[in-house]
Ligand binder design. Structure first.
Ligand code: NAD
Ligand code: UFG
Length: 351
């Protein structure tokens, strides 16, 4: 298949691109490098041994999106491009709605023009909000508590309505739980440009000595050790869920919403311990106040993913930590190193 991967230079998109290339798909990565680096695309080419089309563009630019889809004519789109920082979304709500919601509308309009009828969308467990019961299944009510979550929920609804109006189309809305880990090669991984918001990248930077200690945001939750519990999923498992979703979209018309998690939870303390074991380093921490908006526990019921797509997570917590550590050690500054360049908007390279 010809697959347009928006946001394919980012953390989850880059791992998915490698899985798609391994399956001999023809891909085109469209990204504006707002939160990623062209160096990542060079590494994907090197690791996969394949060249692919690359477009530097912004999903907020409706006209450019139409032009790029007209030119590439994808059979399917995987839509990762978006802004994802919960805290920042409260400070810059209009920007978040613009990129995450209007960007999705621009993409759907461009798909209509070019005749593309399949979309896989990156949604988030954050759309559920506070749990009424656990684990979260896909029928759990959605009441997102932050701007980011609302943009994802709105984009889900827009895609669902787009699909409902086109009987020959399909949409798979993937609700990710907590992606962590890195590729086995240690050549690609999560590369936060600023202070990490998420737990594991922060822990990893403490282990390597870039930061002094981890702050545990609250130890008085109703969990087995009082710290927050999440369903961490290895990014390679998550990437493979996209390949399975593409296969589902290819054989089935309609919209499916699917959780992507493991079904198991780990607390903050357990994550710190696991990372300490994997890295062989002490990881100092301090318990601080709860982070506003956090919930005690978030765990997926992943059974629908297995039933519909035959997909389930396979990698262990140790693999999540050892791969993160290998990536961190080999790339202490992420993708930023000598030779890093910033391309201009709307550069196009057809591979
Ligand atoms: P990421 O920031 O690493 O990747 C997103 C990519 O989109 C980046 O390469 C960025 O440069 C690009 N991008 C951002 N704005 C763009 C724009 N206007 N035009 C074109 N490209 C743009 O994030 P990620 O962790 O890989 O997340 C991918 C998707 O999955 C996002 O939509 C995110 O909301 C969603 N998601 C992520 C998580 C998580 O914990 N990482 C959890 C649930 C959902
Ligand atoms: N935590 C700390 N210290 C830190 C960072 C996090 O104690 O420095 C705790 C949090 O309180 C929480 C757990 O570690 O209990 C996980 O926090 P993350 O920030 O790593 O992840 P969240 O579950 O809060 O949110 C993540 C993404 C969201 C996404 C959600 C569900 O940031 O964008 O997973 O997929 F929506």
């Amino acid at each position: 298949m010809r697959i347009l991967v928006t946001g394919g230079a980012g953390y989850i998109g880059s791992h998915t691109a490698l899985e798609l290339l391994a399956k001999q798909h023809d891909i085109c990565i469209l990204d504006n490098f707002r939160n990623s680096s062209p160096e990542c695309l060079r590494r994907i080419e090197k690791l996969s041994g394949h060249h692919f089309s690359q477009i530097t563009a912004d999903v907020s630019d409706s006209e450019a999106m139409e032009g790029h889809l007209d030119a590439y004519r994808p059979d399917a789109v995987i839509h990762f491009a978006g802004l994802k920082a919960v805290g920042e979304s409260a400070e810059k709500p209009v920007e978040y709605y613009d990129v995450n919601v209007s960007g999705t509308i621009n993409l759907l309009r461009a798909m209509d023009r070019s005749g593309c009828r399949k979309i896989i969308f990156s949604s988030s467990a954050t759309v559920y909000g506070r749990p009424e019961y656990l684990p979260f299944d896909e029928n759990h009510p959605c009441a997102p508590e932050n701007v980011y979550g609302r943009t994802k929920h709105m984009a889900e609804k827009i895609i669902q309505d787009w699909q409902g109006a086109r009987s020959d189309s399909s949409a798979v809305l993937l609700r990710y739980f907590n992606p962590v880990g890195a590729h086995d090669s240690a050549e690609i991984g999560e590369d936060p440009t600023d202070t990490p918001n998420n737990l594991l990248p922060y822990v990893s930077q403490v282990a390597i000595g870039r930061r002094d200690r981890v702050s545990i945001f609250g130890a008085d939750y109703e969990t087995r050790d009082g710290t927050g519990m999440r369903d961490y999923i290895h990014v390679v498992d998550l990437a493979r869920a996209h390949v399975a979703a593409l296969e589902l979209a290819d054989r089935h018309q309609g919209t499916e919403t699917i959780n992507v998690g493991t079904g198991a939870g780990h607390t903050v303390r357990e994550m710190i311990d696991a990372f300490s074991r994997a890295s062989g380093r002490d990881i100092p921490y301090v318990v601080t106040d709860r982070r506003p908006g956090d919930i005690a526990t978030s765990i997926a019921d992943p059974s629908k993913a297995y039933k519909l797509m035959g997909w389930k997570a396979e990698r262990t917590l140790d693999e999540m930590c050892t791969s993160t550590w290998a990536w961190q050690q080999r790339n202490p500054n992420g993708f930023r190193g000598p030779g890093h360049s910033n391309p201009t908007k709307n550069d196009v390279r057809q591979g």
